[in-house]
Write a protein that binds this ligand. Structure first.
Ligand SMILES: Cc1cc2nc3c(=O)[nH]c(=O)nc-3n(C[C@H](O)[C@H](O)[C@H](O)COP(=O)(O)OP(=O)(O)OC[C@H]3O[C@@H](n4cnc5c(N)ncnc54)[C@H](O)[C@@H]3O)c2cc1C
Length: 396
């Protein structure tokens, strides 16, 4: 844990703040540091949350080493300003006392489908602008991947509970266990007076390997496991196919749930996960195996082809987890005539977030594919402005 105050004194006050340039949502880092030096938690907190309603989450889960901290000029001399820790300190201290200034209610209803980072962002912004916001969430709790993907040891669920409480306190209505495209469809929402609909449904269909054995009882997909790891019995030896950030989360979670040996396989010698996550997974006991092309899964492990030599090898394991990313489910597209998606299932939108149907907007992973929290927030923030403009244009 760093001393936040001495950390701010190390900042060089660059004329062109590279840290801000490196942040996908352009956080005003110099402004935050100045406010902190002037002892104003309120100003620092306001700068953070006005720009990024998910600041408290991003302070923990952003890839700072590639973003703000990775761009800090102090990297040339040694250690960059640890802005992630500064942001966490401020956003944590300020979140519960943050005043929410709302414009006068305009009595226009907006439906938000999905309560992940994109849905939370739009809900917060449009509520402040006077709209009546209702979130429809398929799962039983708030947060999307933040709650059902990222493990507790990286992002404590109590932070999401605080967001839940905050949304309720500003007047957002939330319907959990409600999948739009099931009993209720998008057309029903328009029928019931919602002026505009936001789709932030993410990517929840695991990509499959398409090889023999993938449906066996010893095989699972990463996001299914991470949603409730305590309900799985993986045995002593686990093989994870994939080396992205989700795979690192699976490895670290499984090791915390008593699995003794965890192996992760890559098709090449490259690892897509961030350095920090890989270092942690290794330190905690996971081993990485390179140039392994999975060919077939059986009850006792996986047959791999060596990408260099072409030789076949059986690696024993009690269970296998496939972690090679996700695509969107097609529930909304298949139940809403005229709502178009591309061949990967990603919703078609223009630069302002309009889908192929009037009044329906989308942002986040369901548009961009599996990306990051800060990118979902950044896109949603811009789409909120266009939804606002669209609803105002209806009056004209
Ligand atoms: C295991 C894992 C770890 C990750 N770690 C990080 C990380 O450390 N840092 C980072 O920046 N990013 C990380 N990411 C990526 C990041 O979490 C996503 O990019 C982000 O959550 C996308 O936000 P979203 O709002 O678009 O979608 P989601 O978070 O997927 O939320 C979508 C929500 O919509 C709901 N929904 C879906 N369909 C319907 C429907 N028809 N009706 C009602 N509700 C519906 C879902 O239940 C879900 O709650 C990780 C992803 C995974 C899978």
């Amino acid at each position: 844990m760093i001393n936040t105050f001495s950390e701010t004194h190390r900042c060089l006050r660059c004329k062109v703040p590279m840290c801000q340039k490196g942040c996908p949502i352009s956080t005003n880092i110099p402004g935050v540091i100045t406010a902190l030096e002037q002892n104003s938690l309120e100003t620092a907190g306001q700068i953070l949350f006005d720009n990024n309603p998910l600041s408290l989450v991003c302070s923990l889960v952003c890839n700072h080493e590639k973003q703000c901290e990775g761009h800090c000029v102090l990297n040339h001399k040694g250690v960059p300003i640890q802005f992630g820790e500064i942001e966490h300190y401020i956003s944590d201290a300020y979140f519960d006392k943050m005043p929410v200034i709302k414009e006068e209610r305009n009595h226009k209803k907006v439906a938000i489908i999905g309560s992940g980072p994109a849905g939370i962002t739009i809900s917060a912004i449009l509520t402040k602008r006077g709209y009546d916001v209702t979130i429809f969430e398929a799962k039983s709790d708030l947060g999307g991947v933040l709650r059902y993907g990222i493990p507790e040891f990286r992002l404590p669920k109590r932070i999401l509970d605080r967001y839940h409480k905050k949304l309720l306190s500003i007047g957002v209505k939330i319907r959990f266990n409600t999948t739009i495209g099931g009993a209720l469809k998008i057309d029903d929402l328009f029928r019931d007076g919602y002026k505009s609909i936001f789709v932030g449904t993410g990517t929840w269909r695991p990509k499959s390997l398409g090889i023999k054995g993938e449906s066996l009882g010893n095989v699972n997909f990463a996001i299914d496991y991470l949603a409730s790891p305590e309900t799985f019995s993986l045995g002593q030896r686990l093989l994870i196919i994939g080396v992205g950030n989700a795979a690192m989360d699976v490895a670290r979670t499984a090791l915390r749930h008593g699995v003794q040996h965890v192996y992760m396989t890559s098709l090449t010698d490259e690892i897509t996960a961030s350095e920090k996550e890989v270092d942690s997974a290794r330190l905690e006991g996971a081993q990485l195996l390179y140039y392994k092309i999975p060919v077939e899964i059986d009850d006792t492990g996986v047959i791999f082809k060596d990408a260099n030599t072409g030789e076949l090898e059986h690696i024993d394991s009690d269970s296998v987890i496939v972690s090679i990313s996700q695509d969107p489910k097609d529930k909304l597209v298949s139940t809403t005539s005229g709502l178009k998606a591309n061949d990967k299932g990603l919703l078609e939108t223009d630069a302002e977030g309009h889908t192929t149907l009037p009044g329906i907007f989308a942002a986040g992973d369901v548009v961009m594919g599996a990306k990051t929290v800060v990118e979902a927030v950044n896109q949603a923030k811009q789409v909120a402005d266009h939804m606002d403009a669209y609803m105002k244009s209806l009056e004209a």
